[in-house]
Design a binder for this molecule. Structure first.
Ligand code: NAD
Length: 471
């Protein structure tokens, strides 16, 4: 594996151009467009994942100390389900979709034909280094594309393993993993692709968007940001606390849609904090450092960044940390300094600031004063309040009365809005994101309508009448 990693990392511009050219030629051969070919490749991908399940779990443990339960639920299982659903529906999704044809076009039929985009580039982050690499790949394969994939250099073990597995499973002219960091990604971005699917930070998303603009390459940008969690008084307190603790501390808070901070009605704040503390102890024990369900921060850089937030308010739970182990305890922060980093940056770690609001408008104003979030959480039994929040805020996705779970429904498009991203995927939405939905109007030679041709004898008001009726 080390050789593979080494070789990939040493790829230079010429090597990358050779791979891109080979993929372009392969795409032009039309092989990847064939539906039975796509199905075979999805089955290969599925086999690759199931045959190497333990190796993947081990790599995730080395990088992030993920428990095997979490590794299966949030990385392997979720993509296996996606592959199965895609296999079951692919024929239907790939069929041309008939649409109405106005009488003016008589005799004609109209349809939308999903076409592959061509050679796509997928760039992944480190926090869910399997799911966020494979889920877009499922869409790319299903839609009939070729793909170059760049995992994150931060999740070293998973990157090396996925490169080895994928490069041994597929021909490089069809799918190729290229490992590396900033330098390699920038070399890749100099090439012309037909689509770029990027998951990562807003800052790097801007770099990718600029590079894509040079070639007018369309992009999907799956970015991050601060995802607020509003808690009303009218709730099931126990379930609310449990679901917040789960959503915040799964993968040690290194989840793009983790509740970043709580906006709690001041009347329920103390009761909620007590319950959240209760569930932190119940899930991770009195000393979470000893819990095998508690992962670790990816690296020292992120550890130091997170530790700096501990001074941005009063620690009322947790706060313990150990740099040598990249461990930070599940931490609650009260009396938050609203101008400090903790309320400006995406936290992306196990630190949860709790901010009280006096009335809902205050909470909504706070949310609307920032960038549009990737996710928004609302805990309330009061449907009028839920409706109001949905109507008066904008967010990539919302879960009401739970956290994270909208990502686990493949029927819902997953993506951001505004600064939290462009484009959405999962299930059929992935297929469509990686396709060009080509419009086709197919006329016959049976009938000819003479009125559109010069010399224009028809009066304008006659033309208006005809167009009103026929278009
Ligand atoms: P990142 O932006 O630092 O890195 C993402 C990818 O970009 C990596 O493959 C990296 O090698 C590459 N990269 C980094 N710097 C680059 C540069 N200067 N030029 C070109 N490429 C570069 O993000 P990350 O730290 O890996 O992930 C964390 C971020 O990703 C968080 O903001 C999180 O919210 C976001 N995220 C979003 C989603 C989503 O689905 N919307 C999912 C996971 C993570």
């Amino acid at each position: 594996m080390n050789n593979t990693t080494q070789n990939n990392i040493q790829l230079n511009k010429t090597d990358i151009q050779t791979i891109v050219k080979a993929q372009r030629d392969f795409f032009d051969s039309d092989t990847s467009k064939d539906l039975s070919f796509r199905r075979e490749q999805l089955l290969k991908l599925k086999r690759m994942m199931s045959d190497n399940e333990q190796a993947i779990i081990d790599a995730l443990h080395k990088d992030l100390r993920k428990h095997e339960f979490e590794a299966y639920a949030t990385e392997i299982g979720i993509v296996m389900v996606d592959i199965d659903k895609t296999l079951a529906k692919l024929n239907k999704w790939a069929k041309p979709r008939k649409v109405k044809t106005p009488p003016f076009h008589y005799v004609a039929s109209s349809y939308i034909k999903p076409d592959p985009l061509g050679n796509v580039l997928i760039i992944a982050p480190w926090n869910y280094p399997v799911q966020l690499l494979i889920a877009p790949l499922v869409g790319a394969i299903a839609a009939g594309n070729t793909a170059i994939i760049k995992p994150s250099e931060m999740s070293v073990h998973t990157s090396a393993l996925m490169a080895e597995l994928i490069n041994n499973t597929f021909d490089s002219q069809y799918i190729k993993v290229i490992e590396g960091g900033v330098e390699e990604t920038q070399l890749l971005l100099e090439e012309k692709f037909d689509f770029i699917f990027f998951t990562g930070s807003t800052r790097v998303g801007q770099i990718v968007y600029q590079a894509a603009a040079k070639h007018l390459t369309p992009v999907a940008l799956e970015l991050g940001g601060k995802s607020p969690c509003i808690v009303d008084t009218d709730i099931h307190l126990d379930f609310t606390a449990k679901r917040i603790v789960w959503g915040k501390f799964v993968n040690v808070g290194q989840t793009c849609i983790a509740p970043d901070y709580l906006l709690v009605d001041h009347k329920i704040k103390d009761a909620l904090i007590a319950k959240i503390k209760f569930y932190i102890h119940k899930f991770f024990g009195e000393n979470p450092e000893d819990s095998d369900s508690m992962g670790r921060i990816i690296n020292e850089h992120h550890f130091d960044r997170l530790v700096s937030y501990l001074n941005d308010g009063d620690i009322i739970e947790g706060g313990q940390h150990d740099r040598t182990k990249k461990y930070i305890a599940p931490t609650l922060i009260d009396n938050v300094n609203m101008d400090a980093g903790i309320m400006k940056d995406e936290i992306f770690g196990p630190i949860l600031p709790i901010v009280a609001y006096g009335n809902l408008k205050e909470a909504l104003d706070h949310i609307n004063s920032g960038e549009k979030p990737l996710a928004l959480y609302i805990f309330s039994k009061n449907n009028r309040k839920v409706e109001r929040i949905l109507n008066e805020t904008s967010a990539g996705g919302v879960t009401v009365n739970d956290t994270l779970m909208h990502i686990a429904n493949g029927a819902l498009p997953f993506g951001g809005v505004g600064a939290s991203g462009i484009g959405a995927y999962h299930g059929q939405h992935s297929f469509e994101l990686f396709s060009h939905m080509k419009s086709v109007l197919h006329r016959s030679f049976l009938v000819e309508e003479p009125i559109r041709y010069a010399p224009y004898k028809l009066k304008r008001n006659w033309l208006k009448k005809i167009m009103d009726w026929a278009l």
